[in-house]
Design a protein around this ligand. Sequence first.
Ligand code: FES
Length: 114
Amino acid sequence: MNIPDPTSALIDLDRIPDGGFAEVEAVLDGGPESLVLYRAGNRVHAWLNVCPHAGRRLDWAPGQFLKTKDGLLVCAAHGATFEPGSGECVAGPCRGESLRAVAVRVADGTVSLA
Ligand code: FES
């Protein structure tokens, strides 16, 4: 039987705007990490909140992310621009690199670590 681990729950799905972002803290490999969550309908993608360019956080204040009018995620430090579904940097100083994915799942309206 698969019993959900309540400590892996991150956020309620309806707290993330569709097509938007949220920031949560999670414990990964024994240490705290900030994650960027991106919601597309009922799916959520999660990335470490660490820019591949210079290792800075992507948000300009906790949970405050810049995005283009096309919905791309923009690093607040030097403007690297990421496709939020794939995590790939498509413009800026780390073009071609990628955010580091974190496996999450959505069940019963809750986003959890997978
Ligand atoms: S640290 Fe993100 S663009 Fe430089």
